[in-house]
Design a protein around this ligand. Structure first.
Ligand SMILES: Cc1cc2nc3c(=O)[nH]c(=O)nc-3n(C[C@H](O)[C@H](O)[C@H](O)COP(=O)(O)OP(=O)(O)OC[C@H]3O[C@@H](n4cnc5c(N)ncnc54)[C@H](O)[C@@H]3O)c2cc1C
Length: 461
């Protein structure tokens, strides 16, 4: 690696909009990479294979730098080449080529994953799918697109048909394939739960085998490919579920005490017609958000995307729990602002404003009650909640005091009844047995995103 490469990587660490800098590999080029790139260029054209340092650096990072533990520990990985197909039909040829030359291949959407999922730990080629971005077709209740299509394009297309996505993440510009392979849920999950809960109708998947023949899977058979970080095959197209489009509006409210605010959150979650999103956060988070008259930086803030026809009911709920309605702002601005402050975006705003924080993904209705003990586990704890009909989830942010204190704190939180998912781990950690079994046939040479399926001894308890 050259000095230029090192500089670029250092700059990427300093920029919260870019990825982590886990170090440099110091590895030798992968044997066969030159022949592989030459043959890939014959398939994609010369612009389809990028070898310049800037493109390789960009393709070697994601948002794992939000974790101080990952930023310090994540093994180095550096793309030796970036492949940019422009149509899903080109993908099987590339996978057959990777198999033939034994080149590792890490798929990539927009690179907004939090756990280092898109970092090519074993170097090799990165398969950038953002050029495969066509929305292919849609019908009543479904939409089919190439894996690199933006979730925002899917929602916009669905809206022209009087429909909308069941869900989309707060990183609205991310790709369909990246959301299914690396994400979990978002706006819409209040009712529809996660992207593993029926959102996917059909996937076309390309395995990394000698002939790399794509196959389709439907409904529950799609589970081995969801949140599997591309280790079980490359999703080339996906069909996901739509619902009738609603007229949404954004409700913004302020509260002075946690018990009233969480009671109002819970009541909004169970409102009929159902909201699309309902979030609550503490003043310590709101103070770092971009200022807006609908946000109160010294209060607990409750926000919900509700159907316009339910606005009066929602206002009444807020008032009945002693809150103040700050604004009811129609679409697109109100709902867009609320989505943009959901899930991991509060963490992003906090870390952008100040150094020294870490976060945990938390869940459990215990978060709706007295959180005094929960907030004593880590120093300066701040809570952000997402109301779900399947149970409350959220983010806990606190001052970082070292890796071991995070693990000790997780144990203490669990003892208080808080479910914790650690974002400080780059391994696939859902349906692991299914993923391992599927990868055995879909990727017999273990070329797809290697290093992300843990050996049994590396599994987190
Ligand atoms: C500030 C912030 C907020 C976030 N909010 C949310 C949220 O609300 N909800 C949520 O679920 N997540 C959230 N995330 C995480 C991230 O946005 C999601 O994982 C996202 O949807 C990933 O999409 P992407 O296109 O960026 O994929 P990438 O990060 O590029 O890829 C994600 C994973 O999928 C693999 N992959 C990509 N494309 C394919 C494919 N076609 N086939 C097989 N594997 C593939 C990659 O190798 C990688 O392992 C957030 C992240 C940040 C930084």
């Amino acid at each position: 690696m050259t000095t230029t490469d090192l500089t670029a990587r250092t700059e990427l660490v300093a920029d919260p909009n870019s990825g982590p800098a886990p170090g440099v590999t110091g590895r030798q080029p992968t044997p066969g990479i030159e022949e592989f790139c030459a043959e890939a260029a014959a398939l994609l054209g010369p612009d389809g294979v990028l070898r310049d340092p800037a493109a390789r650096e960009k393709a070697s990072c994601d948002w794992a730098h939000m974790s101080p533990i990952l930023a310090a520990k994540l093994p180095a990985g550096h793309a030796e080449a970036v492949l940019r197909p422009t149509a899903h039909e080109q993908i099987p040829g590339l996978l057959a080529l990777a198999h033939q030359h034994r080149i590792t291949l890490t798929p990539r959407g927009k690179g907004t994953g939090n756990y280092g999922q898109a970092i090519p730990l074993h170097d090799g080629a990165v398969l950038d799918l953002t050029g495969c971005g066509r929305v292919l077709e849609a019908g009543d209740g479904w939409i089919r697109a190439e894996a690199g299509a933006k979730m925002s394009d899917l929602e916009a297309h669905a809206r022209t048909l009087g429909q909308e996505l069941w869900m989309f993440p707060s990183t609205f510009g991310t790709t369909l394939g990246g959301f299914l392979s690396g994400g979990s849920g978002g706006t819409g999950s209040l009712v529809h739960k996660t992207n593993s809960d029926g959102f996917v109708q059909e996937l076309t998947v390309t395995p990394c085998t000698a002939d790399a023949t794509p196959f389709t899977v439907q409904d529950a058979d799609a589970l081995p490919y969801i949140h599997a970080y591309g280790t079980t095959g490359i999703i080339t197209t996906a069909t996901v579920r739509l619902q009738r489009a609603r007229t949404w509006t954004g409700l913004f409210a302020a509260f002075t005490d946690w018990t009233s605010a969480t009671a109002a959150l819970d009541a909004l979650v169970h409102l009929e017609p159902a909201p699309r999103l309902a979030s609550l956060d503490e003043a310590g988070l709101v103070r770092v958000y971009p200022p807006d008259p609908a946000l109160a930086p010294t209060a607990l803030n409750l926000r919900a995307i509700i159907e316009e026809e339910a606005a009066d009911q929602a206002r009444a709920i807020v008032r009945s729990y002693g809150g103040e309605v700050l604004d009811v702002r129609p679409a697109p601005d109100g709902p867009a602002l609320i989505s943009s402050l959901s899930f991991n975006h509060p963490t992003y705003h906090l870390m952008k404003a100040e150094e020294g924080w870490f976060h945990l993904e938390i869940r459990g209705d215990v978060l709706l009650g007295d959180t005094t003990e929960i907030k004593q586990v880590f120093p300066d704890t701040l809570l952000h909640l997402e109301g779900m009909r399947s149970g409350t989830v959220g983010m806990l942010m606190a001052r970082y005091q070292g890796e071991q204190s995070v693990y000790d704190g997780i144990t203490a939180l669990e003892a208080l009844g808080v479910g914790v998912h650690s974002p400080h781990n780059w391994y696939v950690d859902r349906r692991l047995d299914l993923v391992r079994e599927t990868a055995r046939t879909a990727d017999p040479l273990r070329l797809l995103n290697p290093g992300k399926i843990p050996a049994p001894s590396q599994e987190t308890p």
